[in-house]
Write a protein that binds this ligand. Sequence first.
Ligand SMILES: Nc1ncnc2c1ncn2[C@@H]1O[C@H](COP(=O)(O)OP(=O)(O)O)[C@@H](O)[C@H]1O
Ligand SMILES: [Mg+2]
Length: 272
Amino acid sequence: MTDTQPLEAPEGGTLLGDDQFSGRRAPGIKPVVTRGGQPAFFSAWDIHAYYGESYIVQGVSFDIREGEIIALLGRNGAGKTSTLRAIARVDDPALRHGEIWLDHKPLHEMKAHEASRFGIGLVPEDRRIIQGLTVEENLKLAQIAPPHGWTIERIYDLFPRLGERRKQEGTTLSGGEQQMLAIGRTLARDVKLLLLDEPYEGLAPVIVQEIERTLEQIKELGMTTVIVEQNAIAALHLADRAIILDMGQVVFDGTAQEVLDNEDLRHEYLAI
Ligand SMILES: Nc1ncnc2c1ncn2[C@@H]1O[C@H](COP(=O)(O)OP(=O)(O)O)[C@@H](O)[C@H]1O
Ligand SMILES: [Mg+2]
C-alpha cells in the first residue's frame, strides 16, 4: 500500500518531473493534503482522464486553499479544458483514475449535476447562453432549483450592463456581455469553486479590463477560483498561484509572480 503522503506544493515553484509525481500516486487512498497544517479546500489527486481511448489528462495533482485564485496555464491543447471538465465531472473526458476533493467531499464519486449542486461552477469557453431567453430569464433559470447563490439584484450590482439589458435576449448581447452573463449565471448558484475557461477569449482589450475588474471584486469576496487563460499575463496578475500543464501533466506549480519573473519558463510552456 502506498503511503498517504501530504501533497505539498513545492517551495519556490519547482519544475516537476515524473520522478516527483510517481511517489504521489495513491489509488484509492484519501489524500491527506496539508499546507501550513490546513487541509486543502480543493485537491485533485493524480487524475487521469480519457476521451474514448485518447489519454489526455495524465496524472494531474494540485491543491487549492480556500479563497485562492489559481491560473491554470499551458499551450493550446495542453489539457486545461479537459482538466476543468474532469473536475466538473462532465462525462467527457471520463475520469478513470484519481481523486478529487472539495470541502471534504469526494467529487470523483459525483456526477456532473451532483458536483454542480455541491458547488462546482464551471463557466465554459463557449458560454452557452440559452437562445430565446432574456438576460433575466437566463439568470432566473440558473435559480430554478436550490441551492441559490447571489440574488439577481446583486449580480446586476456586479455587472451593471446586465441590469441595463435585463429584457434583452441573451444571445444578442456583445461577446463581453455574454461572458458577464455566463459568470453571473454561475454566481446565481451557490458556488464553492469557480472554474473559468478562457473568460477573455475573443474580447476587445477594453472589455477584458472590465471583466478583470469584476474578477478582482469576486476575488475580494474570497471566492476560490481557477482561471484558464491564453492571455496568461492577465491571468497571472489576477492569480495568487499558477499551475502550468504540458501534454496533460503538471510541469510547474508555484506563485504567479514566479512565472512572471521566469522568462525561460514562459518561453518554454506559454510561448510569451
Ligand atoms: N472531445 C474530444 N475528443 C478527443 N480529444 C479531445 C477532445 N477534446 C479535446 N481533445 C484533445 O485533448 C487535448 C487537450 O485538449 P484541451 O483540454 O481542450 O486543451 P486546452 O484547453 O489546454 O487547449 C488536445 O489534444 C485535444 O485535441
Ligand atoms: Mg481549452
